[in-house]
Design a protein around this ligand. Structure first.
Ligand code: 4AD
Ligand code: MG
Length: 503
């Protein structure tokens, strides 16, 4: 029996196996929050029903002790999951001592060092459940459409996305690289099976610590034959709508644990904004307005709001502090004020960060040079102007990978980047592929890539070349946006990034 199945067993006596997440006791009762991976359940040991020996056993339980409880399933709407267990027997597998992660605050490096244990915490549990829904719905979406999943190799001899982020390894004495993208193989597989998708780990040596970059991340890469970039964008939109909807349907409880306001996610279920790179630059530089407002005006407004809210928070803290200094307060009142003050202090930290960031974003946006790639802050500015993802298409071909098809005027690469709202930035990169072998070879030379390793890829243009398009979605970036996390490190069970190889 698992906690997730309690609803079907109301009134019955069942056995639950799991770990103790939390306990408290009061006057002949011990309340234990049990977790078994499938959910959380309050279990109650009552001295009057179980007798002194079992009661003392229940009282001795510590965080992360492993246990087996037998008892009656009782409905209680106030509880997470809606049910509780009234214990009449209990067994201890192991009584745990000094579990390192307590309910106190811990620094992020400490938690990362203990990632193998941190995964048991409620927030991490919720994130992993949502990640699972996302993975499942990705497969669902493509399988329902008749796409065939095929896997690209992870050891490769060729760079798909440029040579700067390659991890080199030794393949029986020959240099090989860990794959940055399955795309080139995806194109070959699409020519054999029609629409396909790959879903696997990809590797990029990103030697910087940012909240968006992992060294090892999971990418889903569909490749569609006879698709142009407009059809590609239609598919991306339909796909992301589907995945977001699935999480909204299946993960309400997890979103609540994360404190994720899902109205923003629901808002994203409208048609996405599509702008050319050229228009996006105009918007960024406040030469073009969005809904009657320029980026500069929006940011100035955000800055003013942050300033106002900051002083509001500071005066609220003073207020609570003066109330707390009065004599004769009850413990409950002190706890109430303390938690209010802590909440305000967290908000102040966020506001201070905004106050530091916004002027920098404004400066970087104003100084943006046409023809360069968007940086993280430029993406943030663009996405703050809309409540749906923004698809930026038709990029200067000079800043894109070698394989993009050009627009008819030869100026732009038919690529698309999807920027997620709420400051998340790029989650998808894709586009239409070049079919002209001369242009392709020219690009390979321009990028100083070794022609011989691309011979097999060029064969795809020699034998039955057809228009085709595809895209790559970074799973962890999608999880970060959907869960509204500060950093991608919490989106994957064991993150690998610059400075982090353990555990
Ligand atoms: O934009 P990128 O580099 O595109 C490609 O690799 C194409 N070959 C995809 C295709 O058309 N089949 O990467 C695609 C996505 C990015 O939008 C981002 O979401 C994610 O992969 N990504 C990363 N995620 C986490 N950490 C990193 N270091 C990432 N680099 C890219
Ligand atoms: Mg990209």
């Amino acid at each position: 029996m698992q906690i997730k199945d309690l609803a079907q067993n109301e009134g019955k006596v069942v056995t639950l196996n799991g770990w103790v997440a939390n306990t408290r006791d009061s006057k002949g009762l011990v309340f234990i929050i049990l977790r078994d991976g499938s959910g959380y359940c309050q279990c109650i040991a009552d001295l009057n029903t179980i007798g002194e020996e079992l009661f003392n056993k229940a009282k001795s339980l510590t965080q992360e002790s492993s246990v087996s409880f037998t008892g009656k399933v009782v409905k209680d709407e106030r509880q997470i999951g809606g049910y509780e267990l009234h214990i009449n027997d209990l067994k201890i597998f192991q009584l745990t001592h000094d579990y390192p992660i307590t309910n106190k605050e811990h620094g992020v490096e400490f938690l990362m060092d203990n990632r193998h244990l941190w995964l048991r915490s409620k927030r991490q549990w919720a994130i992993m459940k949502i990640r699972n829904t996302i993975i499942y719905s990705i497969h669902n979406f493509f399988q329902q459409k008749g796409f065939v999943q095929m896997d690209a190799p992870l050891f490769t001899g060729n760079a798909a996305e440029g040579t700067t982020t390659l991890f080199e390894t030794d393949f029986y004495g020959e240099p090989a690289y860990l794959s940055q993208s399955g795309q080139l193989y995806g194109e070959a597989m699409a020519m054999a099976l029609g629409n396909i998708y790959t879903f696997g780990p990809t590797f990029r040596a990103e030697k910087s610590k940012t909240r968006r970059h992992l060294s090892e991340f999971w990418m889903i890469e569909p490749e569609m034959t006879f698709y142009d970039n407009d059809q590609n964008m239609d598919l991306i939109e339909e796909f992301l709508h589907f995945v977001v909807k699935q999480t909204l349907e299946k993960n309400q409880a997890e979103f609540e644990i994360l404190g994720r306001d899902t109205t923003k996610l629901k808002d994203s279920l409208k048609p996405y904004i599509r702008v050319t790179y050229t228009d996006a630059v105009e918007i960024l530089k406040s030469k073009k307005a969005v809904n009657g407002k320029t980026a500069k005006e929006v940011l100035e407004n955000d800055l003013q709001n942050a300033k106002n809210r900051l002083s509001e928070c500071q005066s609220q803290i003073k207020d609570y502090e003066s109330q707390m200094s009065k004599p004769g307060l009850k413990k409950g009142q002190i706890n109430y004020f303390t938690s209010k003050i802590a909440g305000l202090k967290t908000e102040i930290k966020e506001l201070e960060e905004d106050l530091r960031n916004i002027p920098q974003w404004m400066e970087s946006a104003a100084n943006f040079e046409y023809g360069s790639d968007f940086g993280g802050s430029d993406e943030t500015v663009l996405t703050r102007l809309f409540d749906v993802p923004v698809m930026v298409y038709n990029w200067p071909h000079e800043i894109k990978a070698f394989y993009f098809k050009r627009t008819e005027d030869n100026k732009f690469a038919k690529g698309v980047d999807v920027l997620a709202p709420e400051g998340y930035g790029e989650i998808v990169g894709g586009g239409e592929r070049e079919t002209n072998i001369e242009l392709l070879m020219g690009k390979i030379n321009e990028h100083k890539l070794p022609m011989e390793v691309f011979e097999w890829y060029l064969d795809l243009r020699r034998y039955g070349s057809v228009p085709h398009s595809g895209f790559g979605l970074g799973l962890e970036r999608l999880v970060a946006w959907i869960c509204k996390l500060d950093h991608v490190r919490e989106t994957i069970p064991f993150p690998r990034m610059y400075g982090r190889l353990k555990p």
